[in-house]
Structures are given as C-alpha cells and as structure tokens.
Design a protein around this ligand. Sequence first.
Ligand code: BGC
Length: 851
Amino acid sequence: MQNKSAARWNFLFALACLLPVLLSCALASAQAPLPDSPGIEAKAHALLAKLTLEQKIELIGGVDGMFTNASPSIGLPRLKMSDGPEGVRTWGPTTAWPGGAALAATWDTALARRIGEGLGRDARARSVNFLLGPGVNIARSPLAGRNFEYFSEDPFLAASMTVPWIEGVQAQGVIATVKHYALNDQEYNRHNASSDVDERTMREIYLPAFEAAVTQAHVDAVMNSYNLINGVHATQNEFLNLKVLKGDWNFHGILMSDWDATYDSVGAANNGLDLEMPSPRFMNARGLLAAVKDGSVKESTIDDKVLRLVRLVLRYGFLDHPQFDPADATYSVADRTVALEGARESITLLKNEGALLPLNPARIKTVAVIGPNAYPAITGGGGSSEAQAFEPVSILTGIANAAGPNVSVLYSRGLPDTNELFKNTQWDGAIKVATYPSKDFTGTPETTNPQNIADWKPDMWGPEDKAPRSIRYTTAFKAAKAGKYLLLAAASGEDAFKVIVDGNAVIDQPRAEGQSPRFSSLDLEAGQSVKVVAEYLPHSPGVRFGLGLAYEPDLVSAEAKAIAAAADVVVVAAGFGPATESEGFDRTFELPWGQDALIEAATAANPHTIVTLNGGGGTDTRRWLGKVPALLYTYYPGQEGGTAIGEVLFGKHNPEGKLPVSFDRSWDENPSAAWYYPVKGADTTLHVTEPGENPVDYVIGHVKYGDGLMVGYRYWTTTGKHPLFPFGFGLSYTTFSFSNLHAPAMAASGSTVSVSFDVTNTGRVAGAEVAQLYVSDPSARATRPERELKGFAKVRLAPGETRHVTVNLDARAFSYWDSTAHKWTIDPGKFVIHVGDSSENTLLNANLTLN
Ligand code: BGC
C-alpha cells in the first residue's frame, strides 16, 4: 500500500528517532506484534508524543458523518469514508456493482478480486480513504433485510469471497472495512437485539469470514455491529474485540463503530473500540478525561487507538500523496465490463422445463416483458449500500438488446404502483379521519372526510414529532365479487399502524427503524361489507399513510394480460427492490404485494412464461412455481444486470450461477424460524447514560441461536430433508460430469490433503461448472453437521472438454471448534470427501482416515 516515496521518507525519519522508539516498541510488542516497519513505528510514536490527551481523544471520534477528525498540530488530515459495499455510493453517482449475494453466486474468487480493485479505484477517484465494506454477515434467515449485501449462509464460501475482495480494494491504497462485526443477522430491532450464541457456533459459522478478512486479507478496518452479543453491545464486547479480534487474530487496524452503535464511554474505550462513528457521543472528552484521571481508562489505551489510526495514515502514505489519482476514472468503461461479468456469472437458472431457455431470436417474433422489476433497473437493495449508477441497464432494455431488431418487445408494468392502488380504492361510503392531540387516541379529535387514504410517501424520515398525534381512519368496503382481496397499507420511517377489519387486527406494523408496504389477503363474499379501521401513529411531523383494498384478479392490468396472451413468450420480472428489501427492516418471505397474482395471470395467459426474481435469497414461490417452466434468480446484479439477463435468456451467455444460500419452500421450514425472534418474556433492560445527558433505558430482546450450527444446508443435509433448491445448485444450458476422484486413503492429522478429480462438459455448448467439495466427519467426538463445504473450483469448459482439478484441504478443513479446550481440533478417524455440483448432488465420494 505504501508507495516508494513514502517508504523512503519513513526510513529517514526512522533513523532520526529509532532508539527511543525501539524501546517503546519492544514494550508494546509484549502485547501485540506490530505490523509496520520501524520507520512507521518511529514516526507514529513521535506524532503521538506531540498530542495532548484532549487532542488524542478528539482523534477517536468521527466528524461530519463520514470523516475521521484531522489533527492540524501534527499535520494529520481528516480521512474520508464512503459506503459500501455495492459501490462507492456516498459521493454521487458511481459504478453499481453486483451485490454480495450475487457475487457469492459466481463462486469466482478472481472476479471478487477484480471487483475489489474496481471499488478501490472508484474510491480513490473520489478521494476516499476508507471503503465501508465488505459486509460478511451470515445469511441465517431469508428475512434478514441485508442478506443481499452479504455473501452466503456458508462461512467457507463467505470467507473465500471476502479475502480477494478486500485484497483488491486495499491494493489500490484504500482501506477496506469489513462489517458488521458480529452476529448482526437480522435487521429487525437491530440496535436492541442480543444475539445469544455459544462460542462454537460463533467460531464455526459466524466469525470465519471476519477471521479470514483479518488473518488472510489483512484488512485494516473492522466495523462493530449495532446489536449486542450475549448481552453486551458489539462496541464494548470484550470477548469479540479483545479476546478474538485483537487477541487470537492479532488485528492491528482500526475497529470503528457502526453509525451510532456506541453505548458507553469507558466500556467502549476499554473493550477495543478505536473510533466512534459518525461522531463522538461517548468517546469524547466529557466521557473520557475524568475516566483517564481516575484510572478507569488508561492513557495507554487511548494511545493505542491513536497509534492505530496514525500507523494507517503512514502505512497508506496518506501524508505523502493525495488520495485522488487522475488515473482512477470516476466513470470507467473498463469497470462497466467487470460489473457486467459479475452480473453474467451470478445469474442462477433454477428451473428450465422442456428446455424453454435459451430463447432463439430467429424463432420468436414477440416477447412480452411484464412486472415492476422490468423497468427501471433494479441494481441493489435499499439502505446505506444503495449505489446510484450512471446508466443502469433495465431488464427491459437488456432483453430488447439481446433479442435484436427483428423481435418485437412489448412492455407493461402489470401492477399499479402502491399510491395508485390507494387512490383508486372504492371505499363504501365516507372515510372519517380523526386526528387526536395525543399518542393514544385520547382528547378531542379534529375530523376530516377525504376521498381516499393515499398520503404514502415512501422515503420520508424525520425527527420525532414534538406535537404528538394519533390518527384513526374509519371506513367500510363492500365486495362487488366473491374472492380474494388484497388489503394494503403503508407508512414510512418509524411510523406505526394497525389495520383492523371487522374487529380483527389483520396488519400490525410496530414502531421500527424502517418498513415496506404491508399486506394481507381477505376472502370476501359477493356483496359482503366489512368495517375497516386503521390506527396510525406518525413518528415525525406530517402524514405518510396509505390504505387500499382491491379485488386480486383485477390487480393485474388488462394490458399486461393482453400482451402476455399475444406474445410468443413472456418474461415476468418480479422480486424485491430497495423499498421492499433493505437495511433497517426485515423483508417478507412472500414476494411484494400483487406479484404472485401477476405471475399467475401471466401463466394463465401464456404457458411460455419465464420468471426472473430479484432478492437476497429464498422467497415463497409456492403459488406459481408449478406453472412456470423457467425461473432465473438474479439477486441484485448491479448496473449491468439487464444486459446479463438478456444475454442469458437468449443464450448469448450460458448461466453459471450457483445458489450461495438454500431456498426453503416456506419460512416455517427455515432452520432459524423457531429461533429468529427474541424469546418472549426474556427481555432485559439496559441503562445507558450519554455523557452530559439523562440516562435512557433500552429494552433488549434476546435472540437465542438455538439453531446453532444448523444453518442452511448444514440443517438440510443433517436432517436428510430437502429444501426447494439446495445450496450450491444452479442449472446450465450444457451438462457436466464428475469422475476420477483421487484422495489418499490415509493421511496425518494436521497435514494438507490433496484431492483431485475430473470435470467434463458433456453437452453441446461451452459453460462453467462449480465443483464443490464437502467434508463429513462421522467419527468425530463432537456432533457435527453431516457435511461442510471446504473447497470449490470453478471450471470453464468447451463442449467435450475435461479438466483435472485439484483442491487442497488444510488442517482447518477437518477441524471443529472444541468448546471445552477452546481451540480448533481434529479428531483422528474417518472422514468422507464428497464432490459434486450442489450440497445435495455429490456423486463422487471417498473415505479418508486421519491418524
Ligand atoms: C450501516 C453501515 C454503514 C453506515 C454508514 C449504518 O447504518 O449499518 O453498514 O456503513 O451506516 O452509512
């Protein structure tokens, strides 16, 4: 990272002040070996020595949302940050890269490196020093709102993508920030939920991607998560920060907080936090000066934090050259190509009955492209990762380009947008809106009688309303026809609401950090009238509430049905998007409202219906999967997604993505379902006092990770049950075979074991296969999952071509975390190596004895 002139400068400086410093280095290194040259150490200590305690404390809190503080007296500049991880998104339009789950679906570590390099260049072009990514939390549940940013349910795959991604970023002289450390596996109540987990589960499932980031990629920044771990916030969690991160893994960089994730001055200072972001609410002079004076925080503890920052500044040469390099284009055509490759490699073909795909443009005259995700382009999910691309390619555009000039492309969104549905709802009689001057519907209300309930403003957040209000809407609805009706309600930000139909609460949106439209289905008789009441609690000034009811068969536009019927083939582009899958709230397992009906309507009009789905993982397909011959999962493919999807549909690219998560049929069958929400009655209270403020009590929910190691395919393969689509699965337009497995029958425990086999393209077109290697440990003393991914190789093969592949398994591949001895352990005895094309389809198997 350090350029040549920086190295020279450091060397000269080192000569000047080497002796006194070496002494202090020697003392410091009793605790943690230092990563930098003596020159950097010397200079870092010399700079530190010039700072007063107050100045040092100023350096351990952020400023202006996205910067570290400068220290002009020692010439230290402020350092600029950017989110992360799907693009360098904080400072204007940028390259929008495929999201984490998409990237993991490529199983292409070289591509992860190239995307990291692209992100690093994008960062430098915007003078960014810290990139706030990658996100490497484990996709424990499909509901977790940020799975799309993260890589996988499997720690080995997640770690394998994490390392080259970070190396790529840091090789450009930009500090990567691996986040969110740790166990932030849900968005629901993320600030006040404690992930209660045993050490073995942490070490085997939730920590390995972080561990690899530190020990293999040498990441220079780590971001603590919002949540608590076993009752203690991440930002002051001694076990995670001191024992594991800075102890076991010997992390030398900066541990920063997530934005407003700090809860205690002394607790954070003493338990490993080096930088409070975005501003020092706790690690400030008010909170720490007295603590240093009375000895509850040692000055050397503050010094260590400052040294970590200063070392990074020196190591990266931030004092010697501007971060901006004109060679790093803000708009890069080369990066567009890499983003396109990422999208191409990620798209996962889950079903292709009767070989409907690839489409042949010579045989097709008309394609109907229908659905809310067809246009405009959906590049990523919502929240802090949402990158605004310069020219994102929509699925509609991608299909039109791939189909060429002789195919007619028809388009319809197919569903109304949410506010349109609210506006068009025909309520039965008047709507009464009573606005109370209180939060609990007491006092004398002001009343109005609007024509509809259509004030939804999706992205409206705001400060807490100082003039509390509660609003009750009372109306009725009369069903014209018998059948299913969609009841839809939406508010924004932290607003809460409840919808009550004939006395039953059918939708309940509690106050939370974020939300998407909520829906429910009502079965009504022809002529049946129901009383509808909505109780709305706006959190901030203004009204952002909408309510609507619609006959489900009429939701889908007549135009969409007509073009579906008229076309040779239909592509329904459905799935989630930034408003429905996002940081700050969990998503539904069902598709967003109306989409099931849309797909059903398309299949009813035309059996040649292909569905493409955006999302961060498994979703409910039960209503329509049996009627749909082809299904493509596209994750969040970034700005070039439309082009890649068009190419896959028309056979210009052979699909090669493999699921980085298992797809369940229903939310109930997900192994975390019984454990996902806090244990009822187990809440605890946390008192927090911000220096200079009154104490605040937080109610902490305790999420017990009773699913333990049984995450995703570990559960499915151990129980012998089968998910809808297994981890590692994905179809191709060609076929592959595996043969010729070679593994030693015996090896020494702790040695590296080489396994090799052949992969052959047995079909007629070129394609790529991901050979996956799983290890079973049937003779272990501890209970282990039936199999665990320990190696993979992506091979690109011409028709008929065979490649001999070798995968090396190190000691860790056979180890589990011994909870009593607190270390990685191999039990000598029998192991089984399985090789195949998914977690469930491993036709090559070999026994191996470790002695
Ligand atoms: C997110 C982080 C992000 C930070 C800065 C937080 O809300 O959890 O992932 O880097 O904001 O935008």
